[in-house]
Design a protein around this ligand. Structure first.
Ligand code: BMA
Length: 836
C-alpha cells in the first residue's frame, strides 16, 4: 500500500449564484487550504468580514447559496500507476460534491459523515494530474430534497430544512449557533495505490472483560484488487496487557469467496480499562497485517497492508432492569454501575477543521476532566467527532455517549435517505468500534419527543418520520456491526412509545421547563432515572464579549448582543430567571456577573438534586462548549474561557459531595460518596446567622461505602430559621466543600450590604499569582473574572463564612496588582446584591 498525500494548497472559485456574488469574488480563483472550508479560505484572503464578530453573519449568507469548485494538481510516478488500484480517499466531503480528475467525473458525494473512496486509475496518468471538486449549495440541495420527499417538521422552520441532507444539522443555525452553511474538503484527502488487497476495516470488539479474562474478537475485512487475489491475515496484540491465553490467528487464507475473518484473542488476568474515577486507562496496541498469499509469492509472504489500533479491555452495558419505581437506566463498565457525571458536547467551532485541531480538542476534553466529568454526550445535531477526539477520551478515561445524527426533527425514511443513513451508521459504528471510551449508541436527539409533543403528527400523517431508523435500522446495524455496546433509541426516551418520553420512572430524561418557564428550584419536582439534558443560559465571559461585540454595544439589548443570542425569547428568559433571584441590576458588569451566578446555581441545584436521588444514575447538563461567541447554556464559552458555571461544576461534580436538600417538611443532609474508598468521619451541621454565629449546631458521625449515597441527617422543624432573611444552614466535613442552604432568593436576603475582605496578592514564579481573599462578612459565590485583566484563573465560585479565606490561582502574561484584581467587576460576590 502506497499512501500519497495530496497538496494542502488548492484554489477555490464560486461557480454559481452570479446575482449575489460580491465583485471581489466573482470570477476569482482564491487560495484554499485543505482540509478546510470555503469560509475559512475567504477569511484568510480577506474577502469577507469575520462572521463571528458583530452582525457579520448576516453579510455572508450568500456563501451557503453558492456552488464552489476546489482545484489542485498532483503528480504521479510510474510506481503508483503500476499498482492494480489507485484510489482517491476522501475522509470527509462537505457535502454535495462532484469529483473530477483530468476532466473525467470519478464520483459524487452527498453525505459529509462518511468516507468516500473513488477508483481513479482509469482517469489518472503519469506526470501532472488535475483534480477538481465542485460542491453544490447544501441549502439548495436540502430544499430540493424536501420538494422530492415532502415537507417534514423541524424545530427551526425559518432555517433551511436541515433534516433533508446528511450534513451537521447545527450548521444551518441553532439556538446557540449561527447560520454559516459551509462547504469544502473538511477531512483528509489522499491517494492510495495498492495491489492484491487492502484492509477495509478492523473492528476489535471486547466481548468479555473481567479480572480473570478478556476476550477480543478482531473482525478484519479485506478488499481485493482482483478476483484471484489470495491473502493471509494476521493479528498481534502487544503482550503488556496480560498473558495471552489463546490466539486464534486464522492460519488460512482469504480470497474472493471469503474476504472477512475474525481472530479471537483471550487475555488472562487482563489489565482492565476504566472510566476516570474508577481505575486506570491502560491501552494496548493491536496490529493487523495482510500478507500476500498468492501462489508465486508463497515463500515471500510480503506484507501488503497493516493497521495499528489502540484498544482498551472493558465491557459496557446499559442496565434497564425493571424495579419497583419503573426501570433502571444505569451504565455499567466491567460490571460496575457508573454514576455518570458530565455534559453534552457540540462541535467546538462552526468551521469543523478548526474544531478538530488536536491542541484544542485536548484542551477542551482536559477541561471536562478537570471539572470532574466522566462522560461527554456527543449530541446528534453535530457530527461523529474525529478519531482523535475518541482517542483523547480513551486516554483520559472520559466515557462517550454517541448520538446518531438526528436532532429535533422528523426524518424521511424514503430513498435516497434510507441508504445514506444506513451507510453512514455502518461506517461510523465500524470506525469508532475500537475506542474503549465509546460506551453507548443513541438513536437521536429529541426526535421521539418531538413526535409525541410538538404537533408534528398532523404534518406527517401516515408518512415516515424516523421511527424506522430508531427502532429498526440503527439497532440492527449496531447489533450486527458492534454488539459489544448498548443501543438506546433516543434522548429522551422512556423505553416504550406508549409511555411519554419524559416519564420520570423510565429512561433518560430532558428537563427544559426550568429555564424556559420556571425557576431552577423546580428541578426538584423531578426524579429522573437519568438526566441527559437540562441547562441554563448565560452570556460568554467579558473578554469574549469584548472580542466579538462592538464596545459601544455592551448592553443586553443592543443589536449585536441580541444577534449573539439565538434562543427563542432568550434574553427575556435570561432576565426572567435573573429577576426571580435578584433585583435587575442597572449596570452591565453586574448584569453579566448575576446572569453567570444564576446559571451556575441552576446547574448546581439540578445536579445536587439528582446526585441525592437514589433512583438516579447520571446527569449530563446542557452544554459544555460553544462553537462561536454567544449567549448560551455552555460552561466554556466560544473562545474556550470558563464561565463561573465551570468553577461551580468542579465543586458539584466532586467525587465526594455534601448537599442540603428539602426533605418532606424539613431538610436532609446527604453525603454522596462517588469514590472507590470508604468515606467516613463527622459532619457538622449548623444553623447560622449571616454574621457566622451559630444558632443551633450538631455534629454527627457518618459512614458511606464506596459509591454510596447516605442520608446523614434529617433536619426537622426544630431547625427552622429564626429569620430566613438572615440565617443559613451549613453542613461541613473535613476535606470536602461545605454545603449551604439559603432560605430565600437573594433579593429578599439581608446580606451585610458592603462586602468587606482583605486581599493579598502573592507573585509566584513565571507569571503565576495567588490572590487570597479573607472574608470579614459572609461572601457568597465569590468569583474572580480574571479575563477582564487578560489573565486566566483556576477555581472560584466559593462561598466564605466570616473569617474564612479562599485563594485564587492565576496565570498572567502581564504583571498584576492586588488593586487591579480585588474589586468589582473583576472580583465579584453575590452579597452585594441582597435586599436593598
Ligand atoms: C435541547 C438540545 C438542543 C438545544 C437545547 C437548548 O433541545 O437538544 O437542541 O440547543 O435544548 O434549547
Amino acid at each position: 500500500m502506497q499512501r500519497i498525500a495530496l497538496p494542502t494548497e488548492w484554489t477555490v472559485q464560486a461557480v454559481s449564484n452570479p446575482e449575489e456574488l460580491p465583485d471581489n469574488i466573482a470570477g476569482k480563483s482564491i487560495p484554499a487550504v485543505v482540509p478546510g472550508c470555503v469560509h475559512l479560505d475567504l477569511l484568510r484572503a480577506d474577502l469577507i468580514p469575520d462572521p463571528y464578530l458583530d452582525r457579520n453573519e448576516l453579510l455572508v449568507q450568500w456563501i451557503g447559496r453558492t456552488d464552489w469548485t476546489f482545484n489542485t494538481s498532483f503528480s504521479l510516478d510510474g510506481d503508483a500507476l503500476a499498482h492494480e488500484r489507485l484510489d482517491l480517499v476522501c475522509e470527509g466531503l462537505d457535502t454535495v460534491a462532484t469529483v473530477v480528475v483530468n476532466g473525467v467525473e470519478v464520483g459524487r458525494s452527498e453525505n459529509m459523515h462518511v468516507e468516500y473512496r473513488f477508483d481513479i486509475k482509469a482517469a489518472a496518468h503519469e506526470g501532472e494530474n488535475q483534480i477538481s471538486i465542485t460542491f453544490a449549495s447544501a441549502a439548495l440541495y436540502a430544499r430540493e430534497m424536501r420538494e422530492r420527499l415532502g415537507h417534514l417538521p423541524n424545530t427551526y422552520p425559518d432555517h433551511e430544512p436541515y433534516n433533508f441532507i446528511r450534513k451537521n444539522a447545527c450548521n444551518f443555525g441553532w439556538d446557540w449557533g449561527p447560520t454559516l452553511i459551509t462547504c469544502g474538503i473538511w477531512k483528509e484527502i489522499r491517494l492510495e495505490a495498492w495491489s492484491v488487497a487492502r484492509i477495509k476495516s478492523v473492528r476489535p470488539l471486547v466481548t468479555t472483560a473481567n479480572s480473570d479474562l478478556a476476550i477480543v474478537d478482531v473482525h478484519v475485512e479485506a478488499e481485493l484488487a482482483s478476483a484471484d487475489a489470495q491473502i493471509l491475515p494476521a493479528v498481534f496484540l502487544n503482550s503488556a496487557v496480560g498473558t495471552v491465553a489463546f490466539e486464534d490467528d486464522g492460519g488460512f487464507s482469504l480470497g474472493s469467496d471469503k474476504t472477512a475473518w475474525t481472530a479471537t484473542i483471550g487475555i488472562k488476568h487482563p489489565k482492565l480499562w476504566w472510566p476516570r474515577g474508577y481505575g486506570e486507562q491502560p491501552l494496548q496496541t493491536l496490529r493487523v497485517v495482510l500478507l500476500d498469499d498468492s501462489e508465486d509469492e508463497v515463500e515471500l509472504e510480503t506484507e501488503i497492508d497493516e493497521r495499528e489500533i489502540k484498544i482498551g479491555l472493558r465491557s459496557v452495558e446499559l442496565d434497564t432492569t425493571p424495579d419497583d419505581i419503573g426501570a433502571n437506566w444505569t451504565l455499567k463498565v466491567n460490571g460496575q454501575p457508573i454514576w455518570v457525571k458530565g455534559a453534552n458536547w457540540i462541535p467546538d467551532d462552526v468551521f469543523l477543521t478548526r474544531a478538530s485541531e488536536s491542541d484544542r480538542l485536548y484542551e477542551r476534553i482536559q477541561q471536562a476532566v478537570d471539572a470532574n466529568m466522566n462522560m461527554l454526550r456527543v449530541w446528534g445535531g453535530g457530527i461523529f467527532e474525529s478519531d482523535e477526539f475518541y482517542s483523547i477520551c480513551d486516554e483520559l478515561g472520559v466515557l462517550v455517549w454517541q448520538d446518531f445524527l438526528f436532532a429535533c426533527a422528523a426524518y424521511s425514511e424514503e430513498e435516497p435517505m434510507r441508504s445514506l443513513v444506513g451507510t453512514e451508521a455502518r461506517y461510523n459504528v465500524t470506525r469508532l468500534s475500537s475506542h474503549p471510551s465509546l460506551a453507548i449508541w443513541n438513536g437521536g436527539n429529541e426526535c421521539i419527543w418531538g413526535y409525541h409533543d410538538w404537533g408534528w403528527k398532523e404534518t406527517i400523517g401516515d408518512r415516515t418520520w424516523g421511527a424506522g431508523y430508531y427502532f429498526d435500522l440503527l439497532p440492527k446495524i449496531v447489533a450486527e456491526v458492534d454488539p459489544s455496546r448498548p443501543y438506546w433509541p433516543g434522548s429522551p426516551f422512556s423505553g416504550s412509545m406508549d409511555i411519554h418520553p419524559l416519564a420520570d420512572q423510565w429512561g433518560n430524561k430532558h428537563i427544559w421547563d426550568t429555564w424556559n418557564e420556571v425557576d431552577h428550584s423546580q428541578f426538584r419536582r423531578y426524579s429522573p432515572r437519568f438526566a441527559a439534558e437540562f441547562g441554563h443560559q448565560a452570556p460568554p465571559t467579558y473578554a469574549t464579549l469584548l472580542a466579538s461585540i462592538p464596545h459601544d454595544q455592551l448592553d443586553p439589548e443592543s443589536p449585536a448582543m441580541l444577534h449573539h443570542q439565538k434562543a427563542n425569547g432568550g434574553n427575556g428568559k435570561l432576565l426572567a430567571r435573573l429577576g426571580e433571584q435578584f433585583a435587575i441590576p442597572e449596570d452591565f458588569d453586574d448584569w453579566l456577573y448575576l446572569t453567570h451566578v444564576v446559571q451556575a446555581r441552576a446547574m448546581q441545584t439540578a445536579v445536587e438534586w439528582f446526585r441525592t436521588r437514589k433512583s438516579c444514575s447520571g446527569a449530563l447538563y446542557w452544554q459544555i462548549n460553544d462553537c462561536w461567541p454567544v449567549t448560551s447554556w455552555a460552561a466554556i464559552d466560544g473562545e474556550g474561557r470558563e464561565k463561573p458555571l465551570y468553577w461551580a461544576t468542579q465543586r458539584f461534580l466532586a467525587p465526594r459531595l455534601l448537599s442540603i436538600q428539602p426533605d418532606g417538611q424539613g431538610y436532609a443532609v446527604w453525603a454522596h460518596n462517588d469514590a472507590s474508598s470508604v468515606w467516613h468521619g463527622e459532619v457538622t451541621i449548623g444553623l447560622l446567622h449571616f454574621d457566622g454565629s451559630p444558632l443551633k449546631q450538631l455534629t454527627l458521625p457518618f459512614y458511606a461505602q464506596p459509591r454510596e449515597l447516605v442520608k446523614v441527617a434529617h433536619l426537622d422543624a426544630s431547625w427552622a430559621p429564626q429569620d430566613p432573611a438572615r440565617n443559613l444552614l451549613t453542613a461541613s466535613s473535613a476535606g470536602v466543600d461545605r454545603a449551604f442552604w439559603f432560605y430565600l432568593p437573594d433579593r429578599q436576603l439581608a446580606y451585610t450590604s458592603a462586602a468587606t475582605y482583605d486581599a493579598e496578592l502573592q507573585e509566584l514564579d513565571g507569571g503565576n499569582y495567588a490572590l487570597t481573599i479573607k472574608a470579614h462578612v459572609l461572601l457568597r459565590d465569590l468569583t474572580l473574572n480574571a479575563d477582564r485583566v487578560g489573565a486566566r484563573v483556576k477555581g472560584g465560585f466559593a462561598t466564605l463564612l466570616p473569617g474564612e479565606s479562599f485563594t485564587f490561582h492565576l496565570e498572567s502574561p502581564v504583571p498584576l496588582t492586588a488593586g487591579q484584581l480585588a474589586a468589582p467587576p473583576v472580583l465579584q460576590d453575590a452579597t452585594r446584591f441582597g435586599k436593598r
